[in-house]
Design a protein around this ligand. Structure first.
Ligand SMILES: [Zn+2]
Length: 303
């Protein structure tokens, strides 16, 4: 058997059971396609999350679930970010509003639970206001099921030693280290081409990026991830393949969540300037949790 395989997608059923019995912990990498300047490939956030989770699974055990490559953007604080940093050019993003994502995220946790895992590391390479909301979903799910869940970003892992950014020194360095083939500084000339999107959300200090700096960031992230995995795995119950969290119970968790929580992704940050009326991003400035079609009443507190 190839013990180096850590991806759920690549495992045979007997290999899956062996890995899961050894460490009943799943990793869920979250990424997105979004612009990181003309000099970087769209998938920067995904490559960070995938590398870190796969390397963690190789070092400390566990199984890496399929990457979620559609993520929260456009909505709440992101609307203003997009107007300022991307402008009105089509950014070719794989974004969904948070009220779609959060509901699906709950069902992704259900997948991990029903597959028998007792713990999960949810690592997002995409930052913003959504981690607050995802942690609320994870916390409620954990309370309901007993599953231990850590949710955070690589920026959380690297802080405070390495300040996070969007397509600046931090992010461009990390991709320069992980996938040098997907960084090409010579493409900065495209910033002056009409219709190109200009700097396309490139950070001001991207010129200071280096693969060496990226390596230091990645190594610190892995060190922190190691601590998180060992905390989660300590005294963990054995994998349990026999259980099945039903749809009704999952809907109950959702109902309780929506009724109890306020959501960071559904409005601008306090004090944030408004999105311009003419901007294509105006529609996402305020959102609201939409309800599943089979729920009769909408809790009032979610307005
Ligand atoms: Zn990014």
């Amino acid at each position: 058997m190839n013990m180096d395989k850590v991806l759920w997608l690549e495992l045979f059923p007997d290999e899956f059971k062996i890995r899961q019995r050894a460490v009943p912990l799943a990793y869920l990498p979250l990424g997105i396609c979004e612009p990181h300047g003309q000099i970087s490939a769209f998938g920067l956030d995904t490559f960070k999350a995938e590398f870190l989770t796969q390397e963690a699974a190789r070092r400390w055990g566990g199984i890496v679930a399929p990457t979620m490559n559609y993520h929260v953007h456009e909505i709440g604080p992101s609307a203003r970010f997009l107007e300022e940093r991307v402008g009105e050019t089509n950014p070719h993003m794989t974004s969904v509003p948070s009220y779609v994502f959060l509901y699906f995220f709950l069902y992704q946790l259900r997948v991990l639970y029903n597959a028998g895992f007792q713990a999960a590391v949810v690592l997002s390479g995409h930052g913003g206001s959504h981690p607050d909301d995802l942690r609320k979903v994870a916390k409620h799910f954990g309370k309901f099921t007993g599953m231990r869940i850590w949710m955070g970003t690589d920026f959380d892992l690297a802080a405070p030693q390495f300040p996070g950014d969007h397509a600046g020194k931090y992010e461009i360095s990390v991709l320069s280290y992980l996938r040098p083939d997907l960084i090409d500084p010579s493409r900065r000339v495209l910033e002056d081409v009409p219709g190109s999107g200009g700097a396309f959300a490139l950070g001001d200090d991207a010129d200071e990026a280096s693969a060496e700096y990226g390596q230091s960031i990645v190594e610190l992230c892995l060190e922190r991830l190691g601590d998180i995995v060992s905390d989660l795995a300590e005294g963990l119950s054995a994998a349990d393949e026999s259980r099945m969290l039903g749809f009704e119970q999952t809907e109950q968790i959702w109902r309780e969540l929506v009724g109890a929580e306020s959501w960071a992704t559904l409005q601008p940050r306090p004090g944030q300037p408004p999105v311009s009326e003419h901007s294509r991003w105006k529609q996402g400035e305020f959102g609201k949790i939409r309800y599943n079609y089979n729920l009769e009443d909408e809790p009032k507190s979610a307005e």
